[in-house]
Design a protein around this ligand. Structure first.
Ligand SMILES: [Fe+2]
Length: 485
């Protein structure tokens, strides 16, 4: 049976295709439409999905009626009236039978059934689905049991997004920039945020004083230091997540922990949770956010472990890969691009649509930031041979193949290209089986330079999604002057 999993019509639309419990294809719509955070499916994406098979069943990542009801009650009338679910799919010629699953159930199932665990405690935290904002589950075999749920408007994710907007960034999109800024400030307003916004936090209960859905531009206009605000809201977020994790550890006697929902994209908070030591093993799906719920909806339907052949599930660029040329360029101190094989599903470039560079080169951070048109404070991530990661980083987890955790760098001065202001980096650990091409490049680079890591960032320019096909790559070459292998 061919199943299409769809997450669309809100932000970051995505489509996954499975045969029974095996994921064969998954991609965000934005890679095809070239519109960042595109909320709609598109013809090109559907054509690639159809090449895998036409659907016998479509599973949708939310319950549209419940969401419309919540939006209507919250005064978002225009949004509440938008075609959703079956009507939305029909616009794209998708007329197979449709099953709907709850938003948080898709996050929980997508995390649990892609994890290596037979049983696990599951925490889902996001801005909002239909109504739920925080949910806690016990996953065991085919059974997914909800233990607790907090509902709108009491939402940690909405609070984080409101602060993203408060410091002049785009809510629901640029939360990762706020997280990066948090390394630069002091948490001097954390108590103030607690006082002004948190009415009660007795885990797992979280009650906010206000509905922050429309933003908090009104909050303390006298506070001008955006970096201190960022650090403060990051601290409040981590403290609340730690409180939830403690409650889970006390309530569900399991050592395996799954974390999902958009807040699980916060790799600084993820590391804080890992360091608590409550859990033996933590699993976060390569895309724990709403786009990842296209796979989550399939998981909610099949209710058994999904066969997922790694994070490389998207459009395939089939070309010979000149890895020796790539290594030579890197050894010469050049910045290079790689566009080869199937595109990564998820927010991180993991070697198939990446910009790579030697992280030891003094001005490399500035050079790459200029190429990508990014703020100069934004850090880059390293990819390192997995077996050597503990020698260079104080890792909070044994492996981090999807760049979901940050770690202290043991000698940050040696690697200026990947050192964040606070001496940390968001680490990708790499084994041969994760990505043989990237492993070949990194191994040869290490043999010839003595450096077992490379700076690894996404192959795109500011404001654009990740490069998808070779035409995009050639355009990137022309725009940036960077050779793509
Ligand atoms: Fe969500």
């Amino acid at each position: 049976m061919i199943i299409y999993g769809v997450s669309a019509n809100e932000h970051d639309a995505a489509l996954a295709v499975a045969r029974d419990n095996t994921i064969l294809f998954a991609s965000p719509a934005e890679r095809y439409s070239r519109l960042k955070n595109d909320r709609d499916l598109n013809v090109s994406l559907l054509r690639d999905a159809a090449a895998v098979g036409s659907p016998d069943l479509i599973v949708w990542y939310e319950k549209p009626f419940r969401k419309r009801l919540r939006k209507a009650l919250a005064g978002q009338y225009k949004d509440a009236l938008r075609a959703d679910g079956k009507r939305y799919l029909a616009k794209f010629g998708l007329t197979a039978p449709v099953r709907f699953f709850q938003h948080h159930e898709c996050h929980a199932a997508g995390g649990f059934y892609t994890s290596p665990f037979d049983e696990a405690a599951i925490l889902v935290v996001d801005a909002i689905g239909e109504w739920e904002t925080i949910s806690i589950w016990n996953g065991r075999g085919k059974k997914l049991t909800k233990i607790y749920a907090e509902v709108y408007p009491h939402s940690l994710g909405l609070l984080y997004s409101a602060f993203t907007q408060r410091i002049g960034l785009k809510p629901n999109q640029e939360e990762y920039i706020l997280m990066g800024m948090a390394a630069f400030g002091q948490p001097r307003y954390a108590d103030q945020i607690y006082q002004d916004f948190i009415e009660r936090f007795e885990p797992p209960h979280l009650t906010l004083r206000y509905n922050v859905h429309r933003g908090i531009r009104w909050w303390r206009p006298d506070l001008k230091n955006d970096f201190d605000i960022a650090t403060s809201v990051q601290k409040v977020t981590e403290d609340i997540l730690k409180g939830l994790a403690r409650w889970i550890a006390d309530t569900i006697p399991l050592k395996e922990f799954v974390f999902g929902g958009g807040v699980a994209l916060n790799c600084v908070a993820n590391s804080a949770l890992a360091r608590l030591g409550y859990f033996k093993d933590i699993w976060i799906a390569p895309d724990p956010g709403d786009a990842g719920s296209c796979i989550g909806a399939i998981a909610a339907h099949v209710r058994e472990r999904l066969e997922v052949p790694g994070p490389y599930l998207g459009y395939e660029i089939r070309r010979a890969f000149d890895w020796e040329g790539a290594v030579s360029a890197l050894l010469a101190g050049q910045v290079i691009g790689i566009a080869n094989g199937r595109a990564e599903f998820g927010p991180r470039a993991l070697g198939n649509r990446s910009i790579l560079a030697d992280p030891r080169v003094r001005d490399i951070k500035e050079r790459v930031n200029t190429i990508k048109g990014r703020e100069q404070f934004r850090p880059f991530a390293p990819v390192i041979l997995a077996e050597l990661a503990p020698d260079y980083f104080d890792m909070p987890v044994p492996t981090s193949p999807y760049m979901q955790f940050v770690a202290k760098i043991r000698d940050p001065a040696r690697f200026p290209g990947i050192s964040h202001h606070d001496g940390t980096a968001r680490v990708q650990t790499l084994r041969f089986e994760d990505n043989p091409n990237l492993h070949a490049v990194l191994t040869r680079f290490y043999q010839r330079s003595g450096c077992p890591m490379l700076l690894n960032t996404s192959l795109n320019v500011k404001g654009e999604p990740l490069i998808n096909d070779w035409t995009d790559a050639v355009r990137f070459e022309k725009l940036s002057g960077i050779k793509v292998y």
